[in-house]
Structures are given as C-alpha cells and as structure tokens.
Design a protein around this ligand. Structure first.
Ligand SMILES: [Zn+2]
Length: 241
C-alpha cells in the first residue's frame, strides 16, 4: 500500500470516529421519523430517504403538474419531485428547508431530483430561475429556499442559475385561506423582468419549492409574455396532488 493511501484511510477512520463521538454527545435526529441518525446520514435516515413520496408520473409528458397550467400559462414541460401533503414527511421536509434555515437540504434534494431528470426532461434548458422572494422577505429569512433547490438541480443538470432575470416587486400577503380567484388577484403583477440579462431565444426553467394551485408560478411566468421567442418550463421540489 502506498503511504499516501495509508494516510488517507487513516484520516477517514479518524473522521468516522470523531463523527461517532459527536453523535454520541450531540445526537442528530431524522426530520422524517425522529430516529437517531447514524454516521453518514444527514437530515433523513436511510429508510425515510428510500420512502420519499416521489412523483414517478413527473417524468412523463402531460403529467398532472403540466396539466395544472393548461389554459393559464404556456408551459413547455413541468415536473415535481415529491407529493406534498399536510402532516406528512414532505411537509416536514419543506418546513425544514423554508423555515428552519436548512437550505443545504433543499440543495441536496434538488440534486437528487436533478439526477432523475437528467437526460429525461429539460434537456435543452439554458438556465434555471428560482422564483424570487421580495427583498424584505429575503432580508428577514436570509436566503431564498427556491434558489437553494435550484442550485442543487443545476448541479445535476449542469446548467447555470440566473437570479438577475426577474424580481418580486410586491410583498403579497399569504395565499392560504384564499380561493383560486383571490389567489390570482393577490399575485398577478407581483413579478417583473429586471432586463439585466438578454433572455430572448432561451428556454428557462423556473424553480419553486411547492406547487399548490400554481397561481404564484403562473404570475412568475406572466412577465415573460412580453418577450419573443422564449420557452418556459417549471420544476418544483413538491406538488399537491
Ligand atoms: Zn427517518
């Protein structure tokens, strides 16, 4: 065995022992089921990771994510990674990413999603655009969860993330407890193009955390109508069935 390989192996063993010790004194718990995490597990235990409620239909044309936009926005194709349901693992995951500062989990799941999409969908996408937060909200939260999901997706799809194309100009109130019409009234006109980058002639993938009624994404796609020769697709980490 070469000396460098010996030291590499030795270093790995020390790291593993150190992590085992840390786990002993500062146990980490699975977001999904609350079980104690071991060794290389982070955020989710192996059985929760295997049991993620994945939307296998996503990778087919005319899936339910695409059909949700029919008659509302011209979407080239759309896909979501996980089914979103209240009181389930997917809600815990989304809360963790959005409200508990765990942006790295968003990135990691984005990467997993991207590895499933690669070569199957969004093959000719030029760049990914996360749905922007209003500047005030961004300052309060410190990060845009959709941007971190987009980062992970972009790593797998090997495309850039552009955050200078569109901005949120209105800080709208919460969408919950509103009907479809009220939701749309609440969000239309909240996004606008920044014109900082030439995007005509491109295929853009808009990325959001959760798709519910689709009003926010529909509003996000709206400003692109003023441009010619542009195609828009949509990817979200989770979607309500
Ligand atoms: Zn678990």
């Amino acid at each position: 065995m070469r000396l460098s390989a010996y030291f590499q192996g030795f270093g790995r063993q020390i790291r593993e022992r150190r992590n085992d010790l840390l786990d002993l004194f500062y146990p980490r718990f699975c977001i999904g089921c609350g079980a104690t995490l071991i060794r290389d597990e982070s955020d989710l235990c192996l059985s929760c990771l295997v049991g993620l409620p994945m939307i296998t239909e996503s990778y087919r044309p005319e899936n339910f994510i695409e059909t949700r936009f029919y008659g509302r926005a011209k979407i080239e194709s759309a896909a979501s990674f996980l089914y979103y349901e209240k009181e389930t693992m997917s809600q815990k995951i989304l809360h963790e990413i959005k409200y508990h500062g765990n942006k790295e989990l968003g990135r990691r799941l984005g990467r997993m999603f991207g590895s499933r999409l690669k070569g199957v969908m969004f093959k000719d996408v030029d760049a990914l655009i996360p749905v922007p937060l209003h500047a005030n909200k961004l300052m309060m939260r410190g990060y845009n969860q959709s941007e971190w999901i987009a980062k992970g997706l972009a790593e797998s799809l090997e495309r850039p993330v552009w955050t200078d194309v569109i901005e949120r100009v209105v800080e709208n109130s919460t969408q919950t407890k509103k009907n479809a019409y009220e939701r749309w009234e609440n969000v239309k006109g909240i996004f606008q193009l920044t014109h900082q980058r030439e995007v005509e002639g491109t295929h853009l993938l808009i990325v959001d955390d959760v798709l519910t009624t689709g009003s926010t994404l529909e509003a996000c796609v709206l400003p692109f109508k003023e441009l010619e020769n542009i195609r828009i697709s949509v990817a979200t980490l989770a979607a309500v069935n």
